[in-house]
Write a new protein. Structure first.
Length: 314
C-alpha cells in the first residue's frame, strides 16, 4: 500500500445557536468586542448530546457519504479533550452506536491539534497494514468545561463534531494524506489548560496568540514541503478555528492569496479538536474545493501542541 486518503467527510452541530448578544446578557461583553478581537458571531451549544453522540452522528454521515457501511470499518479514532467518562472511551461508544464490529478503537487527546494528530496516526496505521478503512473523528463538548462567568473564555468555545473516512490507496495511486508535521512546546503547556476538579478551560490568551502568530507559519510551510506541494498550489487552508486574527496572521506569512481560507469559527466558535473536520466537511459539502485539490490542515493549541498535513480533497 502506498498510503491513505480521505474519501468522505461528515459533521454534526447541535441545533441551539448562541449569539454574542445572548452571552452579553450574563457577562460584561459585547458583540462588537467579540467580533473584533476573536471573529466569532455565534456558536452552537449542545443540550443532552454527549461527545460520543455528536461523534457518532458525524461519523454516520461520513460513512453514508463514503458509500460504506459499518462492516467495512476496522479502526475508529476519536480526538477529544472533553470526554467526561474515563471508560469506555468515545471511540468504543461510537463503534457501539454505529454497529462497527471489533474495530481498533482509541481516543487521542492533544486538544485543538487533535484531529491532525489523529489523521497522521491513522495514516501511519494504514501504511503499516494495521487498518484498511478507518474513521477519524474530532468531537468536543466544550460547553461542559466552560466557566460561564469568565468573559475571557466563555465567548470563545462551541460544541460539535466532524469525521473523515480514510482508506488505503492502491499501490499505483498517489497518497492523499501527506506526511504529518507534529510537535509540541511542553514548557509552555500551561498557556491553555483544562485542569483541576471540576475542570474548566483557562488560558493565557496573549501567550497563545503570540505563539500562534509567530511560530506556526514556518511549521505549516514545512507540512507543504514534506508533501511536495508549494503553498502557491494550495486550493484551501483549514487551520484550527481559534481566532480570525490568528488565522489572518498565519495566512499572511504563508502568502497564499489563491487559497480558500476556512473561517467556520464565525458561526461555530472554537470547537477544539472538532474545528478542522467541521470546517473541512462544510467546504466539501458546499463544493468549494475541487476533488483531488491540495488542502493544508493545521491544528494547534493545548499542550502546547501542533500538527498539520496536506490532504487531497475527497
Ligand atoms: O484553541 C485554544 C487556543 N487558544 C487561543 O487560540 C487563544 C488565543 N488568544 C486569543 O484569541 C486572544 O488573546 C483572546 C481573544 C483570548 C483575548 O483577546 P486579546 O486581544 O488578547 O485581549 P486581552 O486578553 O489582552 O484583553 C484586553 C482587554 C482587557 O481589558 P483591560 O485590562 O485592557 O481593561 C480584558 O479584560 O479586553 C478585556 N476583555 C474583554 N472585554 C470585553 C477580555 N475578554 C473580554 C470580553 N469582552 N469577552
Amino acid at each position: 500500500m502506498s498510503g491513505s486518503r480521505i474519501i468522505s467527510l461528515g459533521h454534526y452541530q447541535p441545533s441551539r445557536v448562541v449569539t454574542n448578544d445572548d452571552i452579553a446578557q450574563f457577562v460584561e461583553t459585547s458583540d462588537e468586542w467579540i467580533r473584533d478581537r476573536v471573529g466569532i458571531a455565534s456558536r452552537r451549544i449542545a443540550g443532552d448530546e454527549t461527545v460520543a453522540d455528536m461523534a457518532a452522528a458525524a461519523a454516520d454521515k461520513a460513512l453514508a457519504n463514503a458509500g460504506l457501511t459499518a462492516a467495512d470499518i476496522d479502526l475508529v479514532v476519536v480526538a477529544t479533550c472533553t470526554s467526561v467518562d474515563r471508560s469506555p472511551n468515545v471511540a468504543c461508544r461510537v463503534a457501539a452506536k454505529l454497529g462497527i464490529n471489533a474495530p481498533g478503537a482509541f481516543d487521542l487527546n492533544t486538544a485543538c491539534s487533535g484531529f491532525a494528530y489523529a489523521l497522521g496516526t491513522v495514516d501511519h496505521a494504514i501504511r503499516a497494514g494495521a487498518s484498511r478503512n478507518a474513521i477519524v473523528i474530532g468531537a468536543e463538548k466544550l460547553s461542559e468545561f466552560t466557566d460561564w462567568t469568565d468573559r475571557s473564555t466563555c465567548i470563545i468555545f462551541g460544541d460539535g463534531a466532524g469525521a473523515a473516512v480514510v482508506t488505503a490507496t492502491a499501490e499505483d495511486e498517489a497518497p492523499g494524506i501527506g506526511p504529518v508535521v507534529w510537535g509540541s512546546v511542553p514548557e509552555r503547556g500551561d498557556a491553555v489548560r483544562i485542569e483541576g476538579w471540576r475542570p474548566y478551560v483557562a488560558q493565557e490568551g496573549q501567550t497563545v496568540f503570540r505563539w500562534a502568530t509567530t511560530a506556526l507559519a514556518p511549521l505549516a510551510r514545512q507540512a507543504c514541503e514534506r508533501a511536495g506541494v508549494d503553498p502557491s498550489e494550495l486550493a484551501a487552508f483549514v487551520p484550527h478555528q481559534a481566532n480570525t486574527r490568528i488565522i489572518d496572521g498565519i495566512v499572511k506569512r504563508l502568502n497564499i492569496p489563491q487559497a480558500i481560507v476556512a473561517k467556520d469559527l464565525v458561526e461555530s466558535g472554537n470547537t477544539s479538536a472538532a474545528s478542522i473536520p467541521l470546517a473541512l466537511s462544510k467546504l466539501v459539502e458546499r463544493r468549494e474545493v475541487p476533488s483531488g485539490a491540495p488542502v493544508l490542515l493545521f491544528g494547534f493549541g493545548g499542550g502546547l501542541t501542533y500538527a498539520g498535513q496536506v490532504v487531497r480533497c475527497p
